[in-house]
Each structure stands twice: as C-alpha cells, then as structure tokens.
Write a protein that binds this ligand. Structure first.
Ligand SMILES: *Cc1c(COP(=O)(O)O)cnc(C)c1O
Length: 222
C-alpha cells in the first residue's frame, strides 16, 4: 500500500479524539511530502540533526514532535522547533529544557516519558518516580515549560497481554496525575501510547496520541 492510502486508512480507523503522529525518522522528505499531501500535519522525529535538516525542506505548517532520547547537549538547538517534546526522561533534561526555553523566550510543551517495558535500554521515569515528582510539586518551579501529559512504550513482544498490562501501567500514571485536582495542572490532557504493531491495544487502553512509522512509510533504512 502507498503512504497516501496508509494515512487515509489510519485516519479512518482511529477513533475520534485520537491523534496520529506520522513517524518519519530515517525516511526522506519526499515521504513526508507524500503524507502531507494526504492531509497529515503531525510528524515525529527521533534525532535532532535529522529534524533540523528536514524542517526547512518541509511545509511550514507541519507540527513536529520530538520522540527520541534527547541528549542534553542538543537541547538548545531543538528549542523553538517542536510542537511537543514527547520524550522527557529525566528531571535534569526537563530543567535544561526549561532554562533554554526561558532564554529563547518561548514556552516548550512536553510529555513525561514513563518506563514500564522490560527492555533494559528504554529511557524514562519509573511510575513511582514520576508520581513523586508531581506529588512533591516540583513542576511548580518550571518557568517556560508546559507539561501536557505522559508518553510511554510497551514491551517489544508478541505477548498481547503483556503489552496491554504495560499500556495499563502507563495510563495509570497519567490518570493518577490528571485526576489529582489538588495538583491544579492545566492542559494535562495527552496520553501518547501505541506504535505500528500495538496501537489498537493502546487506543483501547486510553491513548489519545499514537506514533506510527513503519505501517505508513515501510521499513526504515538505517
Ligand atoms: C520509531 C518510534 C515509533 C514508531 O515505531 P513504528 O514501529 O515504526 O511504528 C514510535 N515511537 C517512538 C518513541 C519511536 O522511537
């Protein structure tokens, strides 16, 4: 199937209120252009250099989500370029994003990445760690960063029940924070879960933002 028909089919399959990020990492700007022509406006990239190269070559009304591990030495270059940084995986990174955003005179929207999957290499806050961060109200010191929700990945396995349990754990953290009225958070409304292989389960478990690459663009050329 073509990029165009995959985009159209996904938009038809996704329930109302669930947004699609087309993950274009490792694919050329021609692929982005085809998805754009099919109506897609939200794209995801996981490497700062690749994103910065693509932005000037792509339509200016594209909203870019950064979804990869963000190294602290790349933060300054990224600030002001994204609609959302989905992958804040440490307080140190968050503080740096905040400092650089204030310096640049912008407000950066972010998601906090939760780690539940079994793989050793995955980044993110442990659920308890993230709950502690909010309970201790440490977000109140942020000056130029808006925390909009939570992002997470399920274990990379064919075990559907394992995947569902992972999404449930991520959604549990999201709801615990969002539904704690005492925190007084505004605009904390985004739960980003689900990729090509598991997005239908993620949507069943409450995802409001799915990040799909391979199904749209085919295998990546590394
Ligand atoms: C690459 C990537 C995706 C897309 O994965 P596919 O399996 O190609 O759909 C989604 N989320 C994150 C964080 C990624 O790095």
């Amino acid at each position: 199937m073509s990029i165009t028909s995959e985009i159209k089919e996904l938009h038809a399959e996704l329930p109302e209120g669930v947004r699609l990020v087309a993950v274009s990492k490792f694919h050329p700007v021609e692929a982005v252009a085809e998805a754009y022509a099919a109506g897609q406006r939200l794209f995801g990239e996981s490497r700062v250099q690749e994103l910065l190269q693509k932005i000037p070559l792509c339509p200016s009304d594209i909203q870019w989500h950064f979804i990869g591990h963000l190294q602290t030495n790349k933060v300054r270059q990224l600030i002001g370029k994204t609609a959302l940084i989905e992958s804040v995986d440490s307080e140190r990174l968050l503080e740096l994003i905040d400092r650089e955003s204030e310096r640049a005179g912008v407000v950066t929207r972010v998601l906090m990445q939760v780690h539940v999957a079994r793989e050793e290499t995955k980044f993110g806050f442990w659920p308890e760690e993230l709950l502690d961060y909010f309970k201790a109200r440490r977000f109140e010191s942020l000056k130029a960063t808006h925390i909009c929700g939570v992002m997470g990945m399920a274990s990379n396995t064919d075990d559907v029940e394992r995947v569902r349990a992972d999404f449930r754990a991520i959604a549990g953290v999201y709801h615990a924070v969002r539904d704690d009225g005492a925190l007084g958070l505004r605009g904390f409304d985004t739960l980003s879960m689900g990729m090509s292989g598991d997005w239908p389960i993620a949507v069943q478990e409450g995802s409001s933002l799915v990040r799909v690459g391979t199904r749209i663009f085919g295998p990546r050329q590394y």
